[in-house]
Design a protein around this ligand. Structure first.
Ligand code: SAH
Ligand code: DHB
Ligand code: MG
Length: 238
């Protein structure tokens, strides 16, 4: 990964100042631990060229998701929030040849860019793109009577995260992993009085999670080129 691809973004991290250190460490780690990756570089470039927002997971977060899915031995992955397919590529690469990933996206343009990016990465046969609002698509998925998912990545509109999580629990098997992105938001999540509806959505998800005896979860806070944020890792235990 060249420094150009890991340069700091303008969004996030307005409250805390060690961002330069976070980004320097991220660049150092990416240089050592990530291999040159033309398909992923091309996906980022094509997404930017098409005017998609620069909010995909970072390269190291993408690889982290990929490794988690591999550790899980995931065969059947659900992603909610495709954008340009950057996280999709990382996750689909964790699948065995007969594995499948279904990814849900509300914006036709995002879906189109993602399709091209995933095709360029040679993963089209394993990825099923569904265009529409996730809250419309999830009941359709349930009605299809597909095999239960063993890995879910929730990364769409934050206001509906609690509903997406409830669907994820319903659509997964015992032992499945569910990851929810962007749960810390510069620390805003700890402010019960926040006026940010996205953060209120995340708080509602966390309260639902805490009350569900079928799942066990931990949140990890993260820093780096996307600022200060975090994700929640959940295991379906019953
Ligand atoms: N997972 C991607 C980033 C997703 S950004 C990555 O890391 O590469 C969030 C995406 O969710 C955007 O593309 C947005 O259009 C989509 N989205 C927003 N609201 C949605 C909804 N109601 N249903 C499905 N997708 C939605
Ligand atoms: C936003 C959404 C994301 O999924 C993310 O990782 C970062 C930012 C956003 O909507 O601002
Ligand atoms: Mg995200």
């Amino acid at each position: 990964m060249t420094p150009r691809e890991t340069k700091p973004r303008s969004r996030g991290n307005t409250k805390n100042k060690p961002e330069k250190t976070w980004v320097a460490v991220e660049e150092y780690m990416d240089e050592l631990l990530l291999s040159p990756d033309p398909a992923l570089d091309a996906a980022r470039k094509a997404s930017a060229a098409a005017g998609l927002p620069d909010i995909a997971v970072t390269p190291s977060q993408g690889k982290f998701l990929h490794l988690l899915a591999r550790m899980k031995g995931a065969r059947y992955i659900l992603e909610i929030g495709t954008l340009g397919g950057y996280s999709t590529i990382w996750l689909a690469r964790a699948l065995p040849a007969d594995g499948r990933l279904i990814t849900l996206e509300a914006e036709a343009k995002h879906c189109e860019v993602a399709r091209a990016n995933v095709a360029r990465a040679g993963l089209s046969a394993q990825v099923d793109f569904r265009l529409g609002a996730a809250l419309d698509l999830l009941p359709e998925l349930a009605a299809e009577g597909l095999e239960p998912f063993d890995f879910v990545f929730i990364d769409a509109d934050k206001e509906n995260t609690a509903e997406y999580f409830a669907w994820a629990v319903r659509l997964t098997r015992l032992g499945a992993v569910i990851i929810v992105d962007n749960v810390v938001r510069d620390g805003e999540v700890a402010d019960a009085g926040t006026s940010d509806e996205r953060v209120q959505g995340i708080r509602r998800f966390l309260e639902m999670l805490a009350a569900n005896p079928r799942v066990s979860a931990a949140t990890l806070q993260t820093v780096g080129s996307k600022g200060y944020d975090g994700f929640t890792l959940t295991l379906v235990v019953a």
